[in-house]
Write a protein that binds this ligand. Structure first.
Ligand code: AHG
Ligand code: MN
Ligand code: MN
Length: 338
């Protein structure tokens, strides 16, 4: 649903707090701070070749991936912005081997923030949409201090999740567990304006997103599901499908929230010991929470992503998400497989 009354992010959050009692002040602060950090990242992204932001940073992250300058810059922006507010106990990021505990000089809060500071890194230098993904957990228990263990909670316990897409428009998409709202950055006033509420993903779709270049490495249920889509009208699905693959999960999920679709990043034989490419805690979980809140589904092919209890911070997971009937079908094919 698009909105006509001009509501800022701050106003939206205050209303959520007042009317629905959904968010404590610390969570409101957290979201405002993340949104402000995304604004700073958006400014860096927009500088492109005019700023020192393109190309490689010359370092690798814990996943063994080469870091881009913008991966490192975005990570620093998010940490600096979130360290001092007193809302967080610790942070975790794709770009940091271990958790970042809020330094002693600042008060410690009860929230844990996880992020993929810059998603779709391969698209930075070619001027294609990229994004930031975040997930918020509560530190449970009353033990002093904070450790990686505190983060290892299933995604269904997220207090909030969101992403920002840096595309033709800069859009912040968020859930507090009562539906999904979208905010567009008004560059003239510098504020986030509420532009959609009650976002719904249609149950049916004719559009799928998968990296087809990995086809020869897929498991049988994925080959079957995509094979049937490709057969179009003449095949068992009886309709033609379209394919889209941005290679930025943020952009692919945003398309699905906007007009439906199904996204798959399945396990494949390239790295048989890893469950998939995407990371559970700061890519799949926040996206699964948002997608479910918009009426879609998200599984790893066998079970609901939000039910998985993580054992490691940088754990990977296979992902099937989007329009409910397609996710049910693709998951069904996995469950039926011998
Ligand atoms: P990141 O840039 O944070 O490492 O994430 C990239 C991810 C995801 O955004 C995207 O869906 C996928 O990797 C693209 O993978 P391919 O290189 O196989 O297209
Ligand atoms: Mn990513
Ligand atoms: Mn990333």
């Amino acid at each position: 649903m698009s909105t006509s009354r001009r509501v800022s992010l701050t106003q939206y959050l205050v209303e959520q707090q007042r009317e629905h009692g959904r968010i404590p002040p610390e969570l409101r602060l957290l979201i405002e701070v993340v949104a402000r950090a995304c604004k700073r990242i958006a400014i860096a992204v927009n500088k492109g070749a005019l700023g020192d932001i393109l190309g490689s940073a010359g370092t690798d992250n814990i996943q063994g991936e080469a870091q881009k300058k913008l991966d490192v810059i975005s990570n620093e922006v998010l940490i600096e912005a979130n360290e001092w507010g007193g809302h967080l106990a610790a942070m975790a990021s794709e770009e940091m081997d271990s958790i970042h505990v809020v330094p002693n000089r600042y008060p410690q809060g009860e929230y844990l923030l996880l992020f993929d500071p810059l998603d779709g890194s391969s698209n930075i230098d070619v001027n294609v949409s990229i994004g930031t993904i975040f997930s918020v957990l509560r530190k449970v228990g009353h033990t002093r201090g904070v450790s990686e263990e505190d983060f290892l909670q299933p995604g269904k316990h997220q207090a909030a999740a969101g992403y920002c897409v840096y595309g033709p428009q800069t859009t912040l998409v968020m859930t507090l567990g009562n539906g999904v709202a979208m905010f567009t950055l008004d560059r003239e006033t510098g504020s986030w304006v509420l532009t959609s509420t009650e976002v719904r993903i249609p149950e049916d779709t004719k559009e799928f997103a998968i990296n087809m270049s990995n086809q020869r490495h897929w498991a049988a249920p994925v080959t079957r599901y995509i094979g049937e889509c490709l057969q179009g009208k003449e095949g068992p699905r009886g309709k033609d499908f379209n394919m889209r693959w941005v290679a930025s999960m943020v952009a692919d999920v945003h398309r699905i929230l906007t007009r439906g679709g199904v996204f798959l990043y399945p396990w494949d034989q390239r790295e048989p010991d890893k469950p998939g490419k995407l990371r559970l805690m700061y890519e799949a979980n926040p996206m699964a929470f948002i997608v479910e809140q918009a009426g879609g589904l998200a599984t790893n092919g066998l079970e609901r992503i939000l039910d998985i209890t993580p054992t490691k911070l940088h754990q990977r997971v296979a992902v099937v998400l989007g329009s409910a009937n397609e996710v049910k079908r693709a998951t069904g094919y996995h469950l039926e497989a011998p």
